[in-house]
Design a binder for this molecule. Structure first.
Ligand code: PGA
Length: 258
């Protein structure tokens, strides 16, 4: 089983989102696909309702790009996991580098959000990854260790089952420069090792994100260390996204070339 998650970021009005979601539903209506791949699209909060309307009853799932760490209260402008659950969300992206950077999200806050998401029984898609400067300074291991440890230390055994990791090197996001397969392989192996050290009771799916397109999806998804992809800009293009989903489905088959 491979995962394909679409991060629509701050794109699509409610109406545009509905059209895109409907198109995905139509194009991905193939009985084989749900047996091989899980698809989750994450539109902006304001489009969740229309995406729910468009996808309800299909095999495609939807989720959010962020949430608040409290369930309710005087937090102007925030959205809680309770509200997301009521909209049928099955996942929440936590700790995306754009939020760490532009919204100043601290590792402590990310840890609290993650707990809230897994307690609600939703998938928490925890994003981790190094910047270019950190990579050049050979700090990839140190950065990933810190990000994973701060977010996951002390997680209850059953909470691990609601966790997905997205390895997203910051230098690869939105740049058109996906990481090389060898780099991805090494990073995913390292993450798997760190998860075991942190007490993961079983396999935690590790997705790759950063300039994934219809063209490079196969070379990434065929890596055995890669359980799926987190797709940003290519997820706004129905043809590209559907192609990535089909490639993911092929890569779960035992055919040795893919
Ligand atoms: P990108 O974004 O595919 O546009 O690089 C990925 C992400 O930020 O999740």
């Amino acid at each position: 089983m491979k995962w394909v998650v679409g991060n629509w970021k701050m794109h699509t009005t409610a109406q545009e989102a509905k059209l895109l979601a409907r198109r995905l539903r139509e194009e991905l209506y193939e009985p084989e696909l749900p047996r091989r791949v899980r698809v989750i699209v994450c539109p902006p909060f304001t489009s969740l309702c229309s995406v729910q309307e468009a996808l309800r009853g299909s095999w495609l799932q939807w989720g959010a790009q962020n949430c608040h760490e409290e369930l309710e209260g005087a937090f102007t402008g925030e959205i809680s996991v309770r509200m997301l659950t009521a909209l049928g969300c099955s996942a929440v992206i936590v700790g995306h580098s754009e939020r760490r950077r532009t919204a100043g999200e601290s590792t402590e806050r990310i840890a609290r959000k993650l707990r809230r998401v897994v307690q609600a029984g939703l998938w928490a898609i925890l994003c981790v990854g190094e910047t270019l400067a950190q990579r050049r300074a050979h700090r990839v291991r140190a950065v990933l260790t810190h990000q994973l440890r701060s977010a996951l230390q002390g997680l209850e055994p059953q909470q691990w089952e609601s966790l997905l990791i997205a390895y997203e090197p910051v230098w690869a996001i939105g740049t058109g420069q996906a990481a090389e397969p060898e780099h991805i392989r090494q990073a995913h192996t390292l993450i798997a090792e760190l998860l075991t050290q942190l007490g993961a009771p079983g396999h935690v799916p590790i997705l790759y994100g950063g300039s994934v397109t219809a063209e490079n999806a196969q070379q990434i998804l065929q890596l055995p260390e890669v359980d799926g992809v987190l797709v940003g800009s290519a997820s706004l293009d129905a043809w590209q996204f559907c192609t990535i989903v089909r490639v993911a489905a092929l890569c779960t088959s035992p055919i040795p070339t893919c």
